[in-house]
Design a protein around this ligand. Structure first.
Ligand SMILES: *Cc1c(COP(=O)(O)O)cnc(C)c1O
Length: 493
């Protein structure tokens, strides 16, 4: 299996190890497999007999054909072990009365779904260094608004051949998120706050990536920069696994018959998670519609409705902050598959220059065959959390609530009665304060007190990685100006 850029009309192919090591294609496009492998229904239902780690190895090896399958299996067994995902990696909670199955993707070390990819991707990157004859160390540079930074730190800690440095806006993350990062363990990790907002952190990191003098200096020390961003195919591939795995589990549990179509709803930011579901469908998973759920930053809802992607709009800060995004990078992959690389390159140029682009009517019709877009307001999101807890005794986080709200809107509008699989992307404890407020309860000002309050009010258990924060030692409390970021990178190596 070889990979091409989303923008190349005369593609130059690379192997998956290179695609994972490079992250972005040289022309600025994203890597896509030259063709999407297909699997049979028997293959899918047969996965039910395997533990999650082995299902992951099976599916990953369809894409990463240049990797040794035995090593992929070894890495998956470590990444998705009971120690890292107590109780299983991707369990399903049935909301029977609603016809909805909730796929809980947040049982990993940082209580958000990004662990599903970031527990395995660093191992794949580490192997890719050996496979491509790379002798330098990969320094992973991350700017984070909260979830990605911690998940990347946990994933890369002590992975051979790598180091990681995370920048976060000093007042731009929650107290729990800050503590999660400041107390990070591992010998190859570093965390630094910057005075500024997330955009400052992100722009600073982008500038460092583009600075050839920095690259040169790092090179003399035997280091090169790499990214843990969701545009890397190494992050996408592990996300395909859990949709196929969930289908196998649903057949095994008898909630659907083998071959029966399901719909999938995904709370969406960068379009990575829902694009993984699209690939699963293209591989042969029986899927009807993909429902793209947004918060008030509803640029994708508008795009799927009108075919116009227009980022010239107000940015809303919401209670589902991991979906507060106006440029959904992974949409480029869908465009490339549906509109072709030439049109994709044009659309991306127009997005860069004018902040918008429009697909043709035919292209939009193709997109609408599979995708539906809905969004939830802040009030609707809060109401869904309360309603779901009151009616079903089931506690969900703010991002999952956006998904559930959109799923219900879709079911009501369309009358579509197919079983719906909802991707649940974070533990409610990761956003305790907003979840408490949504339930109409008193909200402690302290983030850790909010964990306890939520547990006492709902009779649910705080996930161990969050509960253990109280006793942890702060290792990284450095704060620098944006202008000092480059020095920080060089000083850390
Ligand atoms: C990152 C994230 C999302 C959005 O996922 P994308 O792949 O960017 O669409 C949704 N919910 C949570 C909790 C996240 O951390």
């Amino acid at each position: 299996m070889k990979f091409r850029s989303t923008r190349e009309t005369e593609p130059k192919f690379v192997l998956s190890a290179e695609a994972i090591k490079e992250g972005l294609a040289p022309d600025g496009g994203l890597y896509l497999p030259e063709e999407i492998p297909t699997v049979s229904l028997d293959y899918i239902t047969g996965l039910a007999a395997l533990p999650y780690s082995d299902r992951a190895a099976e599916i990953l090896s369809l894409f990463l054909t240049d990797y040794d399958k035995a090593l992929i299996l070894e890495d998956c067994r470590d990444a998705y072990s009971e120690a890292r995902f107590p109780g299983g990696a991707a369990p399903i909670h049935s909301l029977d009365s609603e016809g909805i199955e909730v796929l809980e993707l947040w049982h990993g070390p940082t209580s958000a779904f990004k662990d599903m990819a970031l527990q395995i991707m660093p191992k794949l990157l580490s192997r890719s260094l050996t496979m491509t004859g790379e002798t330098r160390k990969a320094l992973i540079l991350v700017a984070t608004s909260g979830d990605t930074g911690k998940a990347a730190l946990e994933g890369y800690r002590d992975v051979p051949g790598t180091g990681i440095l995370v920048f976060y806006p000093v007042d731009g993350v929650s107290k729990v998120q800050k503590l999660q990062m400041q107390t990070q363990e591992g010998d190859n990790v570093a965390v630094c706050a910057i005075r500024g907002n997330f955009d400052d952190a992100q722009n600073g990191v982008k500038q460092i990536f583009a600075d050839s003098a920095v690259a040169e200096q790092l090179n003399t020390k035997g280091v090169f920069l790499s990214s843990a961003n969701s545009i890397n195919f190494g992050r996408l591939a592990p996300q395909i696994v859990y949709y196929i795995s969930a289908y196998a589990d649903m057949v095994k549990a008898g909630s659907i018959k083998a071959g029966e179509e399901i719909n999938i709803c995904v709370p969406t930011g960068n379009f990575g998670n829902i694009f993984a579901a699209y690939i699963a469908k293209e591989m042969g998973l029986p899927v009807g519609k993909l429902i793209c759920a947004s918060n008030s930053n509803n640029i994708l809802t508008d795009f799927i409705e009108t075919g116009v992607y227009d980022r010239n709009r107000k940015f809303h800060t919401t209670i589902s902050p991991s979906m507060d995004i106006l440029i959904s990078s992974n949409l480029e992959r869908l465009l490339s598959l549906i509109c072709g690389p030439k049109a994709t390159a044009e659309y991306m140029a127009s997005l860069k220059n004018d902040g918008k682009y429009s697909v043709t009517e035919d292209e939009l019709a193709e997109i609408k065959k599979v995708f539906c877009g809905y969004y939830c307001s802040e009030d609707e999101t809060a109401a869904i959390i309360k309603e779901t807890f009151d009616k079903n005794g089931y506690l969900i986080d703010t991002h999952t609530a956006v998904g559930l709200g959109c799923a219900k809107k879709y079911m009501k509008d369309s009358g579509d009665t197919k079983k719906l699989l909802l991707a649940s992307t974070a533990s409610p404890y990761k956003f305790s304060q907003d979840v408490l407020a949504s339930l109409g309860l008193e909200v402690p000002a302290d983030g850790l007190d909010a964990l306890t309050a939520l547990s006492e009010a709902t009779g649910t258990t705080i996930p161990t990685p969050l509960a253990s924060l109280r006793g942890k030692t702060v290792r990284f409390d450095m704060t620098v100006d944006r202008s000092e970021m480059t020095e920080t990178v060089l000083a850390n190596n």
